[in-house]
Design a protein around this ligand. Sequence first.
Ligand code: ADP
Length: 640
Amino acid sequence: MSTVSQTENRVFEAEVNQLLQLMIHSLYSNQEIFLRELISNASDACDKLRFAALSDDSLQAQQGALQISVSVDEEAGTVTVSDNGIGMSKDEVVTNIGTIAKSGTRQFLESLTGDQQTDARMIGQFGVGFYSAFVVADKVTLRTRRAGDAVGDGVQWESDGSSGYTLDAMDRSEPGTEVILTLKDESKEFLSAWRLRSIIKKYSDHITFPIMMLEEVSPPAEGEEANTPELEQVNDASALWTRSKSEVSEEDYKEFYKQVCQDYEDPLAWTHNRVEGKQEYTTLLYIPKKAPFDLYDAQQQRNGIKLFVQRVFIMDEAEKLMPRYLRFIKGIVDSNDLPLNVSREILQNNKLIDGIRSGSVKKILSLLESIAEKEPEKYEEFWNEFGRCLKEAPAEDFANKEQVAKLYRFDSTLGAKQGELVSLDTYIERMQPGQEKIYYITADSYQAAGNSPHLEVFRDKSIEVLLMHDRVDEWMMGYLMEYDGKSFVSIAKGELDLDGVGIEKDSDKKSDEDNPAEEETEGLIKRLKEVLENKTSDVRVSKRLTTSPACVVLGEQDMALHMQQLMKQVGHEIPDTRPVLEINPSHPILRLLDKEPDDERFANWSELLLDQALLADGGQLEDGAGFVKRMNEMFLALNS
Ligand code: ADP
């Protein structure tokens, strides 16, 4: 018998209240998931005890028959979910249940969309599942004792989910946790054992611990004694990944994913493999449909792989099993060769782990390749969610660089609008005769990339240019360097050598005739160099321009102007780069400039020319006011 004493009253933090209200509201049409969440917590608790017992002999005995049970008391109007897992100490109850100290809560609140489906999906992700109990209950009582603590160290937590909770010390003869829900009037449907069973089958069939309920007994016939119902196992409890693929249905895979990887939506795709030979392991890896909210948050980067050894759960977030650029992959790895008492430290430098990791990466990359090939629309969906993550690969995973790059998609000058993406393979297929390089430009938006004056000669010669406008692109290209033996060339950097590319086109010959020879412009270039000496590293005739008067060109190693801007904004010191000014001498503006006799006016014109070229290339002007002043003077000069 347990005894209760010493009641302590505590109030909820403001956020808990807010969370509860929102949760109740957003799960209104999806109430049944409270059971999934509580069973999942119970199963985690059993996993934790089993793991703790590996290194603590005193806990061995307690992990005898780990199990979860679900029971109903119709008269009291309660549903109880209990487990004989790790349990909690009083302090743990306060931190884990009472305060929601976890950072996830605030983010969860901020991310609620009002769409029930989406919000329900997020509950698992944010780790606020326990509170879903209040969707169906107007009172929740949790009794628990931490495994290894004394009988008298039990604790009872109770709350009506409105203002606060009470804490009481209590004796508990067994360690583990029991959560008693006093159902609301409108949620009495969950008093039906039949209903609970069907929810368990639906969401929790794959929980690896037995979930027990009292068997249903038919009422006794007249004159016969009533049968006493016994506990029976409701769930299947077999580790799904140990079955052979042919025995597992698509539905099973999806349900397992939702249960184990805590997603409300079906996965986008999965790959299930048993590897035998030098080492034996099984992987079941999933690609989610949607990226988690914190995928790009450097502080929060979580990994979705659970490690099992011989079907015993060892740890969550086994980050050594997946490279960071695949951190969105979820699922399980079950090894037959690792020791059961494996720790994160052991995983650091372990040949077996390295083998599993490279095998898993290969599986994922080939899965993605086959989706890209056979289901382009699905692939697009994937790329839009996770493409940016994959772009981290060249810096992280040199060995698979080429294979990952095959999966890249970019906007290009041949696309009619943003989002008509091209792969590097397609780019190569469409290359012009004589073209050996893959041309690209980086900018901070699709428009900025697509309107860059650097594209002019490429458009003219029908040479495709990749329009990269993702912030990571410039950084990524520093590592990617080449693909399929062809090097990448930023068209905004270095001298341009298009000799021999696309030469069949008539327009080339024409533009050559149009261009005044270099000697003819020598004087103009000399004057420009003098005036712009401190702002440019060189002035030369451009081979890139057909319609714009001028453009700026960076050195091959220089960082793109929009990136320089960005780095400066976040406080990085960037060495000053002086660009080359390239001019288009056949342009009327340049012709006018050449004829300008007045030195001061010439200087003003030249500054304007450089400034507008910088602006067109995504740079920012150091002296914006000076630019405006000069431009206004020029306007006035039109009349004089
Ligand atoms: P999550 O399980 O996603 O972390 P919850 O709100 O469901 O979020 O639970 C909060 C925490 O409370 C859990 O992380 C766990 O530490 C603790 N907890 C909940 N239920 C149990 C249980 N049955 N046994 C032991 N600890 C539990």
